[in-house]
Design a protein around this ligand. Structure first.
Ligand code: ITT
Length: 197
């Protein structure tokens, strides 16, 4: 069975593929099918993940899994949230987004934040019952960035239980506890209950 990863973000492909590869599902990034980007017009992670999964399933004719995720910062009333990828502008780099977030927070002592991940699996473009799973991961925004691993906001996301940023974790460590790792475990449990792809 082939499953398309409906994301253009190499960091997500990397983590999802690592977790899915041991299973009897072969996963292929949507770039292999030249799936063009689709506008993320939703106001929730769920809506955006459905838009992306449906789009990839429609173009490839294969089941697709999409990931919509982001960082919710309490002192910023939940920003950047669903706009995490474009926080510093439409084609902002991860570094631009980090710089903007650190600037907005300044020396605010309230640093609590969490990552959210919503995964949507659509067996085909018209699937009326897509599998939808989500999870969050609690942490704190650091004053300075640290670590070379991961992607996105990982260098400024401090994980209290491991006393380092998520960019200082190995892929295995991050996948074992992250929002994405937890959401995928939930999705796989659900998929098994429903009899597979
Ligand atoms: P696709 O829509 O093609 O999947 P994207 O990067 O645009 O790629 P999103 O709209 O879901 O994806 O934006 C999610 C952003 O949230 C992402 O670009 C990161 O900046 C951030 N993010 C999500 N998960 C993260 C993680 O595990 N570590 C660090 N940052 C993360």
């Amino acid at each position: 069975k082939t499953l398309v990863l409906a994301t253009g973000n190499p960091g997500k492909v990397n983590e999802l593929a690592q977790m899915l590869n041991p299973l009897e599902i072969s996963v292929v990034p949507q770039s292999d099918f030249n799936v063009p980007e689709v506008a993320e017009t939703g106001t929730t992670f769920v809506e955006n993940a459905i838009i992306k999964a449906r789009h990839a399933a429609k173009i490839t004719g294969l089941p697709a899994i999409a990931d919509d995720s982001g960082l919710e910062v309490d002192a910023l009333n939940g920003a950047p949230g669903v706009y995490s990828a474009r926080y510093a502008g439409e084609h902002a780099s991860d570094q631009d987004n980090i710089n903007k977030l650190l600037k907005e927070l300044g020396d605010n002592p309230i640093r609590t934040a969490r990552f959210w991940c919503v995964l949507v699996l659509m067996r085909h473009a018209d699937d009326p019952t897509p599998l939808i799973c989500s999870a969050s991961w609690e942490g704190q925004i650091t004053q300075n960035q640290d670590g070379q691993g991961g992607f996105g906001y990982d260098p400024i996301f401090y994980v209290p239980t491991l006393q380092c940023t998520s960019a200082q974790l190995t892929k295995e460590q991050k996948n074992a506890i992250s929002h994405r790792g937890q959401a995928l475990q939930n999705l796989l449990t659900e998929l098994k209950l429903k009899g597979g792809l």
